[in-house]
Design a protein around this ligand. Sequence first.
Ligand SMILES: Nc1nc2c(c(=O)[nH]1)N[C@H]1C(S)=C(S)[C@@H](COP(=O)(O)OP(=O)(O)OC[C@H]3O[C@@H](n4cnc5c(=O)[nH]c(N)nc54)[C@H](O)[C@@H]3O)O[C@H]1N2
Ligand SMILES: Nc1nc2c(c(=O)[nH]1)N[C@H]1C(S)=C(S)[C@@H](COP(=O)(O)OP(=O)(O)OC[C@H]3O[C@@H](n4cnc5c(=O)[nH]c(N)nc54)[C@H](O)[C@@H]3O)O[C@H]1N2
Ligand code: SF4
Ligand SMILES: [Mo]
Length: 694
Amino acid sequence: MSDARFDSSVTTTCGYCGVGCRLEAHARSGRVVSITPAADGPANHGHTCLKGRFAHQFSRSRERLTTPLIREDGVLRAASWEEALERIAAELGRIRSAHGPDAIAGLASSRATNEDCWAMQRMMRAAIGTNNIDNCSRVCHSPTSFALRKALGYSGATGSFSDIEAAGAAIIIGANPTEGHPVAGARIKQAALRGLRLVTIDPRRIELSDHAEVHLAPRPGTNAAVVLGLAHVAWRDGLADRAFIDARTEGFGAFEELLGLYDPHAVQDITGVPAGDLERAAHVYGEATEASILWGLGVTEHKYGSEVVQLICGLALMTGKVGRPGSALLPLRGQNNVQGSSDMGALPDTYSGYRRVDDEDVARAFEAAWGTTLSRRPGMKIPEMFDAAIAGDLKAMYIFGEDVAQTDPNTSHVIHALDSLEFLVCQDIFETETTRYADVVLPASSFLEKTGTFTNAERRIQLVGAAIEPPGQARTDFDILRAVSGALGHDMALAGPEEAMAEIASLTPEFAGVTYPRLGRRGLQWPVEADGTDAPILYADAFHRDGGRAHIAALPYKEPGDAADEEFPLVLVTGRRLEHYNAGTMTRRTGNLELMDRDWLEIHPDDAARLWITDGDTVSVRSRVGRIEIGARVTERIEPGHVFTAFHFPEVRTNLLIGSSADVNTSCPEYKVVAVDVRPVTEEPAQTPALAAS
Ligand SMILES: Nc1nc2c(c(=O)[nH]1)N[C@H]1C(S)=C(S)[C@@H](COP(=O)(O)OP(=O)(O)OC[C@H]3O[C@@H](n4cnc5c(=O)[nH]c(N)nc54)[C@H](O)[C@@H]3O)O[C@H]1N2
Ligand SMILES: Nc1nc2c(c(=O)[nH]1)N[C@H]1C(S)=C(S)[C@@H](COP(=O)(O)OP(=O)(O)OC[C@H]3O[C@@H](n4cnc5c(=O)[nH]c(N)nc54)[C@H](O)[C@@H]3O)O[C@H]1N2
Ligand code: SF4
Ligand SMILES: [Mo]
């Protein structure tokens, strides 16, 4: 495209959320000055949200990291790249010799490209020699990945966003798409206006509830009972697909037996959802010829999140609603490349394509390609890394694009862990809460300054193009990781991201036919065959499991890890706001800050009145592990007994309140159920103490 107002324009993919909007980034004098939606973007059809549209504002913030930093006499000072690389090679080399490679761990960034994450896991495995590598899907959709692999085979959505338009009905459970995935949220809203019958399931009335035929507001942490109740009604009222169950699934017998316990009245007792509403919701879903289920963190970030995702799969399977246009299981994956970082094997137990590190054939193929011996011992997950750091077994971490000191649960514990390390490297685009504990900080590039690919929530691999150069001495993440790996003695011999993708394709069956020219403007949805054929819909004929059948798991409802009691009588649910993104490092440096410059606690008028809280008061929120102060907003969007806030502002530090309860199979934190005590702050409003573990 040529436009006299700009020096250049590049088509790229948004670096914020898993919708994967295609964008045109327009540059003038070395700065991106405007971003517009690509009209032919397969996920966005010419739309964006305010994060994508104003993303360029952070890219030239004066606070960008522009030079490496090294800690000397307790403070971070500017340093040259040579000095920084030397320090990293010397310290990691020393720690590896003294304590072995498993004393070092790394985190890959789900904000970065597939090629960056590939380079990161290769560096940890081949240059350092450990499988201690993880990414933030651990705290996000790892339960989804676990459950989809168990039930269906692949770790990815079974369909595409276009299934929203092809469906007659949809259930949205534990996701708030108009804020978290706004362009997908807008597609859902449009479809609802054209007749899509919607069920929303959320303790809060979300915006899409206003367009729903039925809204169910269960107690936080009781999703399993709701889903089993829906399945009970579907079975009782003849809405199941017996032929599909018989031909394509296994395990239904035990599931059917379990369903007996979850009649609508039993479910009402557990969840608080009126029996009649549950029945109506089951009919909306079950009566549609094609219907989809979309879910988010309100399902996964719980003690039994991975079990609830398996139950969701069970509901879709017993009603035969998988593998056709309109009948999809669509987890709304969070970050722009959280699907991809896991696909690339930035996980402690799997290589790319979710193949186990102790699978001898797979490990040998990687050894041959990288010319080195590789560990067969699965590594540590993120929470295990922090525990090991405090225990003194983990000595060093390399944290690439993740602000764990703000976003991981139990902030005091995380900071204790970071403090306990002998050596910490951070690779980011800004100083963050985490870089405060770093010994070396490496200045990296944002998505507007590099090439590569992101994989969105519909498994679509899309090209990312550089619109501008990284600022100052900052380098692309790929360059940095390749240089660090070389300094550690493992030369990756990859000319750049495109060559890395060739290596990924050669070593990963689902990527066999992926090349940059084939990705073109629309991308490809994996698995991609050698001839370039991709897969918008999975499982039309067979599931990706031995024998080709899907597995229906009979898993009963179990109590959440935390519960309200006399001392902590309210349940805090945490989530997101439209204007800000996760750690907020980027959106707090755009005009979005003017739209929302602080966070607040949502509380129901009945609770507020009982606690003598009025709208705008500063309140103290205390949990079993920490305390914060925050302004209150009195609203009927939340049910009595529950309160809600986000985690985008370091001034608030919501995660001081979150304990260590986590999903039983994947260690995904229970961010969504925290028993708290809320009371007004009578004295002058104070800043939240930095580390008020009370
Ligand atoms: N604007 C914005 N967009 C984002 C992000 C952001 O920070 N800001 N982050 C991105 C990331 S990383 C992710 S993972 C996605 C997340 O996107 P979503 O999955 O939509 O995330 P949340 O808003 O955290 O939680 C969704 C809903 O779950 C509900 N919920 C809580 N507990 C329960 C429960 O027990 N049962 C049910 N049924 N619902 C429950 C909450 O009330 C909330 O409305 O968003 C991505 N997009
Ligand atoms: N209380 C509570 N806490 C939560 C959640 C919740 O629902 N409630 N949700 C959790 C979820 S789902 C997630 S995914 C996590 C997210 O937590 P994080 O992954 O920590 O958050 P992000 O803001 O997405 O980005 C992490 C860092 O990457 C940097 N970055 C961005 N782009 C690039 C790049 O291209 N290169 C490099 N090197 N760095 C880059 C940013 O500056 C930022 O410091 O938070 C979790 N925390
Ligand atoms: S919906 Fe997501 S991918 Fe699209 S512009 Fe907004 S943040 Fe970016
Ligand atoms: Mo996430």
